[in-house]
Design a protein around this ligand. Sequence first.
Ligand SMILES: [Zn+2]
Ligand SMILES: [Zn+2]
Ligand SMILES: [Zn+2]
Ligand SMILES: [Zn+2]
Ligand SMILES: [Zn+2]
Length: 350
Amino acid sequence: MARASARARGARRARRARRGRARREAPTQQYRCPTCRAELERFWAFCPDCGRRLSWPDTQKETGVECRYCRWMVSDRFSHCPWCGRDIADRASSPDPLKAPKGFKYHARCDWGCGGGVMYPMRFCPWCGRPQRWRYDDFDNICPRCNRGVDDWMDVCPWCGEDATGQDLIRRALTRARRLLVVARLKDWNYRVLLRPGVSGVTLRTPKVIEIERRYVTGKRRRDEISWNMLTGLILHELGHSFLSHNWSWTRTGRFRRAFGEVRKAYRVADSKWVDLERRGVTTTLPDFVTAYAATHPQEDFAETFRVYVARRGRLRELFAEFGRKRKGVIVFEKFLALHDFVRSLRGWH
Ligand SMILES: [Zn+2]
Ligand SMILES: [Zn+2]
Ligand SMILES: [Zn+2]
Ligand SMILES: [Zn+2]
Ligand SMILES: [Zn+2]
């Protein structure tokens, strides 16, 4: 599946490139990873599927020259290697910056105004050697490590070789959330957690992709500034949205509707103002909802019910005692019972 969508995306990128929107080269040839055969775009530094480090020598004899340091294809007119950035100037180097010597295309002017041309996705200007920035509009996401473009199916960033999903940055919260799911007897439904800039949420179009606002992690200077409880809660809450989308037919049943209401009310899940995340407990303010945030929309009601259910390991007796003390309405008990029974019915199917 990943490869097919990669191909579709490659074509889309190529179209845009021709329209002049993005500075990407139309793929004239298919490139594949020598290790796993995944489809590649030329000049990616790593295979996004298996993580293998890639090299782009002059196999087609386009220029007849390779960088003496990194072995990638260069032009003898260059003064700097556009891939590793090292000084490779010699007698053949052009005394003045050129637009595009043989074997290379002109996609943009050097960001620094040296007068030379650069080709996507060169990291450095081959004339003045200074680092270049590119737009990554055609990618699904931005790598949380290097801020270059990555797609959602990628495990490894093709530019920096790090985890393209950012899961490694939230490992503690993810592991905790996964353990809680196991304890609550919820089977993995192949969800995929990704760090994203913007908001946290799940879209109905891609219900298995769980977006977590990356600022909670990447905006922190030190690891100990990260609130792992909040992150675990946020992940569980988003997992709730994903779980519901994944089992959408359940929302049409009478029991579900009586408990949570009409989830089809116009809505785009985007949790930017979530306030209940840090707490594992149940708030006292609204008798018919487990937390205040749950009252904002039936889908949030479900996600919050799911979060508390999983965070409390599916232990209904303990939860119901607390609901009693906090004077929750009968409907809150029924929401948890409906979820509990549904989870158990799923287990029965396997
Ligand atoms: Zn590979
Ligand atoms: Zn080099
Ligand atoms: Zn330059
Ligand atoms: Zn990266
Ligand atoms: Zn939500």
